[in-house]
Design a binder for this molecule. Sequence first.
Ligand code: IMP
Ligand code: MG
Length: 179
Amino acid sequence: MDIDKKVWEVLCSEEDIKKRTKELGEQLSKDYANKKLFVVSLLKGSFIFTADLVRELTIPVKVNFMTSSSYGHGTETSGKVEIQVDVEGDLTEYDVLVVDDITDSGLTMKYVMEHLAKKNAKSIKSCVLLDKPERRKVELVPDYVGFTIPDKFVVGYGLNFGDYYRNIPYVFVVTDKDR
Ligand code: IMP
Ligand code: MG
């Protein structure tokens, strides 16, 4: 990506994200008040969102990680989801919340939820910072959504392009200057 030829369009500012994450944390703290919440964070994209979200929870929570991938190095899903690192431990008795940065085609979340369902959790729900419903290829409606966004490739706040931009504290779209 030739950075000189690009402009950054901010989609979700730091303030927007902080406010919305706090709201989600409050909602989840209510919804899981009498349950045993087990957050499964999908690496690498959701590491920042998960870190901020769990710190907004006022209830006990266990946090664990899974690595999956469906994207090669491009901006389109390969259509095939692979689990590289599975979640450790027994999920029996737990109410699992799968946390991801974004749902696009829906393939990743659907695959991961079906995979975790085999581990006998009490319930399995999903929470994503960003949702691009226009891009859906499978039937999937995330249970908790930070922001619904248009069909654009976004980066920042954990989301990457070629493994860069994850550290930028807001979500933005990279577009060509002459478009
Ligand atoms: P899905 O399986 O097509 O729903 O894609 C989900 C995964 O693709 C997410 O966990 C992201 O890692 C990645 N992804 C999808 N859309 C974007 C985007 O706009 N920017 C960066 N990564 C994305
Ligand atoms: Mg991802």
